[in-house]
Design a protein around this ligand. Structure first.
Ligand code: GUN
Length: 282
């Protein structure tokens, strides 16, 4: 069994990003990221703090707009409009989830597609689905980088994705399809999950259920990617029974230290991409 070491790879990527930041700074451009955080969900607060810290570490400019839960949709849209127009902010992300009284689709659609470093705008989602150049969501993008780093060939592989969210499962499906894998996508209504996971060369899971994937659900020599983040007895665990599944798997991501740090590294990479795109289109 080999560990797919997201922590190590993310450090390597962040060093490369830092070099890019230094180069852009010499040209008088400091890549800038704006993050919008609404309400006081502790997980969201932690993620935003990590994103800001990562920007600072590579020398990017970052600004967090924090709003109370009670903010109106209109006020939020006005802030997005302001950031869209600010030439010093090249990337913009709205931390999800948003409060119930706010229409998430409307908010995500307000983000300028060229600043959409999360890849959640339908324009970028559509382009990704078509296999065209776009901003792809950071978590699935990070999984693809792990496959590349460990020379895992995806062509013709049977891949089972567990979880069909807009943030992870659906964009993951597009990226894998674009790489010519055969993809099976399971979700809450799937009749017999194990039937699907057992026949897969690669299992990718991100639903937020500890121990959902057990050793009897994966085949010998499978590659297992865990995107879940759960707190159990004060400890962070994924969706995979790591102890037992790792005895069977050829490769596996740990939690923490697997896909999590890769998500942040991809956000930085997307921000560089946005900065360069806006520089060219000036
Ligand atoms: N909430 C959970 N994951 C994410 C993410 O990757 N980006 C944003 N903006 N919100 C999230």
């Amino acid at each position: 069994m080999r560990i797919l070491d997201g922590k190590k790879l993310s450090e390597k990527i962040k060093n490369k990003v830092k070099e890019e930041v230094d180069k852009l700074k010499k040209e008088g451009i400091t890549p800038g990221l704006a993050v919008i955080l609404v309400g006081n969900d502790p997980a969201s607060q932690t993620y935003v703090k990590m994103k800001k810290g990562a920007c600072e570490k590579v020398g990017m400019y970052s600004v967090v707009h924090e709003f109370p839960e009670s903010i109106s949709e209109k006020e939020l849209l006005t802030t997005i409009e302001m950031i869209n127009k600010n030439p010093n902010l090249h990337g913009l992300l709205v931390q999800l989830p948003l409060p119930k009284h706010i229409d998430t689709t409307k908010v995500l659609e307000a983000v300028a597609p060229e600043k959409d470093v999360d890849g959640f705008h339908p324009y970028n989602m559509g382009k990704l689905f078509e296999g065209l150049e776009s901003f792809a969501p950071c978590t699935p993008l990070g999984v693809m980088e792990l496959f590349k780093e460990y020379n895992i060939n995806l062509k013709g592989k049977d891949i089972c994705i567990v979880g069909a969210s807009n943030i992870v499962g659906k964009p993951m499906l597009s990226l894998l399809l674009n790489a010519w894998a055969t993809v099976d996508i399971c979700h809450i209504e799937t009749k017999d999950l194990a039937t699907h996971t057992k026949r897969a060369d690669i299992v990718i899971v991100g639903v937020g259920k500890p121990n959902l994937i057990t050793a009897d659900m994966v085949k010998e020599g499978a590659i297992v990617v865990d995107i879940g983040i759960n707190k159990v007895d004060g400890k962070i665990v994924g969706d995979v029974d790591f102890e037992n599944v790792s005895k069977k798997a050829a490769y596996i991501t740990p939690v923490p230290g697997g896909t999590g740090p890769m998500t942040i590294a991809m956000l930085l990479k997307n921000t560089i991409k946005a900065t360069k795109l806006q520089k060219e289109n000036k």
